[in-house]
Design a protein around this ligand. Sequence first.
Ligand code: FPP
Length: 229
Amino acid sequence: MTKTPLKNLAIIMDGNGRWAAQRGLARTKGHEQGAEIIRDVTRYCAKHPEIETVTFYAFSTENWKRPKLEVDFLMRLLDRYLQKELATYQENNVKFLAIGDMKAFSSKLQERIRKTEEATRHNTDLTHILALNYGGRAEITHAVNSLIAVGKEEVTEADISAALQTPYSDIDLLIRTSGEERVSNFLLWQLSYAEFYFTQTLWPDFTVEELDDIVTDFQNRNRRFGGLS
Ligand code: FPP
């Protein structure tokens, strides 16, 4: 049987806080460990012969509701992460892209994001996307407004797909860790025909071995896209 092709992977990284609580640590330690796992997963995806993009949900439009200390920590962690990971991107031929509304971030962080995108824009083995201050409904609304702004009076699905921030219009596989089974306003348009995989593993405990098993599980699935097999 031929393997189901996997080009676009998306991940909701959940469970950092619970991982830390289980160890009697501050929630921020869970986020720090979580950032390490992103690096391992990125390397795996860059080496995988089929995967073209991996999109991580790093900060949602709803995450501003968290205590200011935690939000501030996540912003600093992101800045440190991008500074450190530039070498990983270059060594692994990975293009970095951020999606979401970055205007709410400090100008220093916005500059770091822009510079990382610029420095990696010619890399071709993988596009690694961080969704930052991202919401799926906001992305679709923004896409439609941008079409209205250029004079469109009626839009097609292809118009909306092309106006989204992601370089693809369809996710093949969505993984969510920590046992929660929801989409949480992530890539709403792009998930229309995605396969879902929910694992109990908390994000800081997630490994490339488990990812490899999930990829194999996906490759054995029969995707019908509403048709017959
Ligand atoms: C969910 O854990 C995770 C997030 C809020 C976002 C993911 C953030 C990271 C992996 C850390 C840093 C990322 C970068 C790119 C530097 P949670 O806090 O909701 O966990 P809980 O549900 O157990 O409380």
